[in-house]
Design a protein around this ligand. Structure first.
Ligand code: GCU
Length: 137
């Protein structure tokens, strides 16, 4: 099963800007979330099969303060993901969580929960890790 992914700069950004001034990103740049609660990036992952997936967020956080975000899939099932400091804005790391996706387009929204906003967001990757479930929803 191929990895599915979307660059943050190609996602739907609310209260954030695409930048490219810190090296090490993939694609054309990354999203600098505005430093406010509620800034968000909404990715679309077109899953080939439904089932449990690992969602991996690639990010940088050059501060020493966590930048947690709330992650929803099609508006539901919120989970908080922590994005601790990576040591520098040019040091990119990943955080992974498990979610159930359905076959087809899944909207995965990552919304900042603190006044610091989210981390600098590079991309989201999804990999099927459970048995494929292609029953009609
Ligand atoms: C700096 C940095 C940005 C980052 C921002 C922040 O301005 O250059 O890339 O997004 O801090 O703290 O969010």
């Amino acid at each position: 099963v191929p990895a599915l992914e979307q660059e943050a700069e190609d996602a739907t950004i609310s209260q954030g800007v695409v930048e490219s001034n810190w090296a090490g990103f993939s694609g054309r740049g990354f999203v600098n979330y505005d430093n406010v609660i509620g800034s968000s990036v909404e990715y679309v992952i077109n899953a080939e099969s439904g089932g449990e997936h690992d969602l991996t967020f690639r990010y940088a956080n050059g501060t020493t303060t966590d930048r947690p975000v709330s992650v929803t899939v099609d508006g539901a099932a919120a989970q908080t993901v922590s994005f601790p400091g990576t040591g520098a804005w040019t040091t990119w790391q990943t955080r992974t969580l498990k979610v159930v996706l359905h076959a087809g387009a899944n909207r995965i929204k990552a919304t900042a929960t603190t006044a610091n906003g989210g981390p600098n967001a590079d991309k989201l990757t999804a990999v099927l890790v459970g048995p494929p479930d292609n029953e009609a929803p």
